[in-house]
Design a protein around this ligand. Structure first.
Ligand code: PSU
Ligand code: MN
Length: 303
């Protein structure tokens, strides 16, 4: 077995059965521009602590999976020039070649599950990208991972740059539970509503933890999507959002952006087109998700 490098704090919490929340690292290395991104990573860890759990930011450094980062490790993740975006299929090669990687939702789920962490917070998951004429379908590996790895992912839905109806259908096809946390709506990341509904609604952390225990008891191996709408004071309306997204997609198409570069390109374009507001919403919702994840992890550990 590959060794997981854990911080002392994470190791002690897991050994004692205390709540731990996994955090992804692509959002730090590639989701927010420098120099703000280090502060984003720190803020997410603080939000998990404020919610009563231990944060475990997950990444790969020198080919070794990190479950929890030291301050120096987080700094490296945010600022080193050679940190690649790593999804599940990239992990083996990155480990074997001793590379540095920021893990997507999918790769973070894999490593969290290996470490025995049941709850994970992110901003928004990847999903089905809008069809582009002449291009094959682009569907994030986050969806496949949610179908086969037992980690609950607290998010504000799928990123608003995606085809949300198609993403929701794919989650249904894959058998992934999609649960609204205090809402019946499937959030649209920057907006609290997408016009789509979730499968079920849960209003408190204890019930959410009970759902996870019930899934464990059935031996289900899939993940769970816990959809927490963005905080009302930061969220934008769907009309505003639709305008930003249409413009960002048009830029990506005009420039022929493809593959793993699509998501970071669109997030950067959205931020420019929104005059920086997109980033403000992204940070507010990621912190909110970290707090909710901490509450669910605490309730899960207590049951
Ligand atoms: N949401 C954000 N910022 C991000 C991402 C999501 O607000 O940087 C990242 C996540 O790590 C997610 C990834 O797993 O984008 C999806 O990329 P792709 O579509 O290439 O699978
Ligand atoms: Mn893709």
């Amino acid at each position: 077995m590959i060794d997981l490098v854990m911080t002392d704090e994470v190791k002690a919490a897991l050994a004692a059965g205390r709540p731990v929340v996994a955090l992804e690292s692509t959002i730090v290395a590639h989701g927010f521009p420098r120099p703000d991104n280090l502060a984003v990573g720190q803020a997410l860890e603080q939000a998990v602590r404020d919610g009563g759990a231990v944060p475990a930011t997950i990444a790969v450094l020198d080919g070794r999976p990190q479950i929890g980062l030291t301050p120096a490790g987080l700094d490296r993740l945010a600022n080193a020039p050679d940190v690649v975006k790593v999804s599940t299929r990239d992990l083996g090669h990155l480990l074997a070649t001793r590379g540095n990687g920021a893990t997507t939702v999918a790769a973070t789920m894999v490593l969290a599950a290996r470490a025995g962490i049941r709850v994970f917070a992110t901003g928004g998951i990847g999903g089905v990208h809008p069809a582009q004429p002449g291009h094959p379908p682009d569907i994030s590996a986050d969806l496949a991972e949610l179908a086969r790895t037992r980690v609950a992912v607290v998010c504000a839905g799928a990123k608003s740059i995606l085809d949300l109806p198609a993403t929701l259908e794919m989650l249904e096809t894959l058998g992934v539970p999609v649960i609204g946390y205090g809402t019946d709506a499937f959030p649209a990341f920057h907006a609290r509503e997408s016009g789509l509904r979730v499968g079920q609604r849960v209003d408190d952390a204890a019930t959410m933890a009970a759902v996870l225990h019930a899934q464990d008891g059935l031996g289900l191996v899939c993940g769970t999507l816990v959809c927490n709408p963005p905080p009302a004071e930061a969220a934008v309306t769907r009309d505003v959002l639709d305008g930003w997204v249409a413009a960002a997609l048009a830029e990506a198409q005009a420039q022929g952006v493809k593959g793993a570069k699509v998501t970071p390109f669109l997030l950067a374009a959205l931020d420019r087109l929104s005059g920086g507001h997109s980033k403000t919403v992204n940070l507010a919702l990621a912190k909110s998700n970290a707090r909710v994840a901490a509450a669910i992890a605490a309730a899960y550990a207590a049951q």
